[in-house]
Design a protein around this ligand. Structure first.
Ligand code: MN
Length: 271
């Protein structure tokens, strides 16, 4: 009988890719994980949400709490500087902290490294981010010399600690049965064979896929009116810069719970 089951399992894996074994996805024993969606310059919502998370983690005494930020810290909202300032210092004492790369941080670094090729970042939210550092830029088309001057001005006022933080960001993190990424993964491709472009920007093929991936994918990037919790993925970008609502998912043992920046600790959404 076990031989039949093994063969069936091999067949299923061949048909559906290298899906994880059946059963609920689990956080590692003794840990509680908090993943936080796209912040986009909403420093105030971030501070509120971190306060809720600190209070929530007290329910898990004896567990090691872990913060995972899913990228897109800058652009669009009013205070990218405040967000990077918070994230580049330990955001909550006693929490391990991991910050992932979003496509907006990639665009910002692209501009700082090559301001002419990276100029599209300005219209992509960069003007707002530069403004938060006190650098005035315009939305209109600008020539190469102006791009370089803007970049040089930016490097004068952006703290070295902020730039160093941006350069540490990684595109993926695996903990327990979960893989954390900014946008998603290419379905059917092994996690260690994913392209950075897919991890940072994919939408359609990932969002419509019902395939059970190697890990449950926890992601942001695509705005949802309410967080989404499925067998194969968890989506938590609730569009903070437009809605004012920043969302986290708390993962403990096999449980998933959502925490919103605009709700206190007594009114939680439970999956
Ligand atoms: Mn994004």
């Amino acid at each position: 009988m076990s031989g039949v089951r093994d063969n069936l399992s091999v067949l299923m894996r061949r048909m559906f890719g290298q899906g994880r074994p059946a059963g609920p996805a689990m956080a590692p024993p003794g840990t509680v994980l908090y993943a936080i969606g796209d912040i986009h310059g909403e420093a105030e919502a971030l501070r509120r949400l971190l306060g809720h998370i600190a209070a929530d983690a007290r329910r898990y005494s004896g567990c090691d709490p872990v913060l995972i930020f899913l990228g897109d810290y800058v652009d669009r909202g009013p205070d990218s500087r405040g967000v990077i300032d918070c994230l580049s210092a330990p955001p909550l004492p006693g929490f391990a902290c991991h910050a992932l790369l979003g496509n907006h941080e990639q665009a910002m670094l692209g501009f700082l490294d090559d301001p002419v090729a990276g100029a599209p970042w300005l219209a992509f939210g960069g003007v707002e981010t530069l403004a938060s550092y006190g650098v005035r830029a315009s939305f209109g088309s600008i020539d190469a010399a102006r791009c370089r001057r803007l970049r040089d001005e930016a490097l004068e006022v952006i703290p070295a600690r902020h730039i160093a933080f941006l350069r540490t960001l990684k595109p993926m993190l695996v903990i327990g049965d979960y893989a954390f990424v900014h946008a998603g993964i290419r379905p059917g491709r092994a996690l260690d064979k994913q392209s950075c472009g897919d991890l940072l920007t994919i939408r359609g093929p990932f969002l419509t896929s019902r395939r059970i991936h190697e890990k449950v994918i926890v992601h942001g990037h695509t705005i949802v009116p309410e967080p989404i919790s499925l067998d194969n993925r968890i989506a938590i970008d609730t569009g903070a810069y437009a809605s004012g609502i920043l969302t986290a998912v708390a993962l403990w043992q096999g449980q998933r719970r959502f925490i919103r920046s605009d709700q206190d600790a007594t009114s939680r959404c439970v999956r």
